[in-house]
Design a protein around this ligand. Structure first.
Ligand SMILES: *Cc1c(COP(=O)(O)O)cnc(C)c1O
Length: 457
């Protein structure tokens, strides 16, 4: 097919949207390591997870063998309000870079939450409602997950209690008000409303909080309140499963025009958008049907893949959650306060950790000033104002396209544009005023937390 026939934006028809999520674990020879009970160090049984998570989601979490899960009609109906998302050819960016590379991005920012997180929020809220629960609790950092979950809970008529990392709660009052508009109850974390919050505040007075703290508080409230469960926006296997809609749509759109990507790039916080985007491609790779370069991009200030250890660790600061085997910087790790670019979780999805350890994907870390440079270059060429998180992927997509300029190779690059950055203008302001710097933790600093990893035999 000639290039001119490829539209600027490739949209699937509603009828071409995926009807089932794809579970990449089914094609993995080395399965991701199981969650362990923090007390006994034995694999968590479904009944041990039941006080924390919804039943159906526990099944999805523990299922390493079923390749496809049908998407319930109620979820598909909601997906139709903001999906399919476009796969966009970045013609303007290519021209500006003067690269022979072909660059495509899958844009997940076309919904009010402004990110891909709604894909899993709506699924998790649906299963909570189906189980007859009254509400759910969660944590949010930058606020995208809390917003997505608030929207999903409003749709299904569920209560939603969000623990928002204190520094974001104070810096992003508009994010907070969006959540309240959708009916969520938002508490800055750490707070005096939970035992673990009080303990953290006593130990670290004046702390501005972290995702790890907020998770501990949300879990405590879920397990101590009748009719509530806890939901999480990333890292877990179930979240990668739901996010596979991103990759399935991307693959369907590319297949429609016979396009074969060479490189697939995504930013990595907890791994959910990257896992979702690459899953169907990774499946082909695992089955030996095709090969792709798959690149995870993380911030230099929170480098789980590139400088972390592959080990069992706690998912939260309060050490109440199950242990997960993952690339981790240690559950006590909190990125430097001057880090503005998101992606600040200490660990990484167990699925991606195993795939990375087995050599199926690469990882690079990038400093934040370079990330914002790429964000601005992209915004000026393509018009979309990207989230700082997404801009990590943009950075590496541009770098790969510039390499093609040197070698003259016409590679096809696909990256995940996970969201928009309208609530991140304080970070953009810092960048514009030349007040942003690149903080890269020293080996000693990282070792301080990694030396405290739990000992599992
Ligand atoms: C949450 C978020 C991310 C990072 O989370 P993953 O689970 O690694 O995908 C990336 N981009 C945006 C816009 C987000 O909101």
């Amino acid at each position: 097919m000639s290039e001119q026939k490829i539209p600027y934006k490739i949209y699937l028809e509603e009828s071409e949207m995926p009807k089932a999520w794809y579970n990449v674990r089914a094609d993995m020879k080395n399965k991701p390591a199981p969650l362990l009970n923090p007390g006994t160090h034995q694999p968590m049984k479904p009944e041990e997870l039941a006080p924390v998570f919804c039943e159906e989601l526990i099944k999805q979490e523990l299922d390493n063998d079923t390749a496809y899960f049908d998407i319930p009609k109620e979820i598909l109906d909601y997906y139709k309000t903001f999906r399919p998302s476009p796969l966009v050819r970045a013609y303007n960016l290519e021209k500006k870079l003067g690269t022979p590379a072909k660059i495509y991005y899958k844009f997940e920012g076309n919904n009010t939450s402004g990110s891909h997180k709604l894909n899993s929020a709506i699924a998790q809220a649906y299963y909570a409602k189906k189980q007859g629960l009254k509400g759910v609790t969660t944590e949010t950092g930058a606020g995208q997950w809390g917003t997505a979950l608030s929207m999903a809970c409003a749709y299904f008529g569920l209560d939603c209690k969000v623990f928002m990392v204190k520094v974001s709660y104070e810096q992003k009052p508009f994010r907070r008000e969006v959540m309240r508009t959708y009916g969520a109850d938002v508490t800055p974390s750490p707070s005096e409303t939970t035992q673990i919050g009080k303990k953290i505040l006593a130990e670290y007075p004046g702390t501005t909080g972290s995702l790890g703290c907020a998770i501990s508080e949300a879990v405590e409230v879920a397990t101590s309140t009748e009719g509530y469960r806890y939901v999480l926006g990333s890292v877990l296997n179930q979240v990668l499963l739901h996010q596979s809609v991103i990759g399935l749509e991307t693959k369907a759109a590319l297949d429609k025009y016979n396009i074969k990507p060479d490189i697939i790039i995504g930013c990595a916080g907890g791994g959910s958008n990257l896992g979702g985007l690459v899953s169907p491609f990774m499946g082909e790779k695992l089955r030996g049907e095709a090969d792709y370069r798959i690149i995870a991009v993380e911030p230099s200030s929170c480098p789980s893949f590139t400088r972390g250890k592959y080990a069992y660790d706690f998912c939260d600061t309060g050490m109440v959650c199950p242990l997960a085997k993952m690339y981790t910087l240690g559950s006590g790790f909190i990125p430097a306060p001057n880090h503005a670019g998101g992606l600040r979780y200490h660990g990484m999805s167990s699925i991606l950790s195993q795939l990375y350890d087995d050599g199926y994907m690469e990882a690079v870390s990038v400093p934040q000033v370079k990330v914002f440079e790429a964000a601005e270059e992209f915004a000026r060429a393509e018009g979309i104002l990207p989230a700082p998180e997404s801009s990590h992927a943009i950075r590496v997509a541009i770098d790969e396209a510039l390499k093609c300029k040197e070698t003259g190779e016409e590679k096809t690059i696909v990256f995940g544009l996970t969201g928009t950055g309208y609530f991140d203008m304080v970070a953009y302001e810092k960048y514009h005023d030349g007040k942003m710097d690149d903080y890269v933790p020293s080996d000693e600093e990282l070792e301080k937390y990694m030396s405290k990893l739990p000992k599992i035999d």
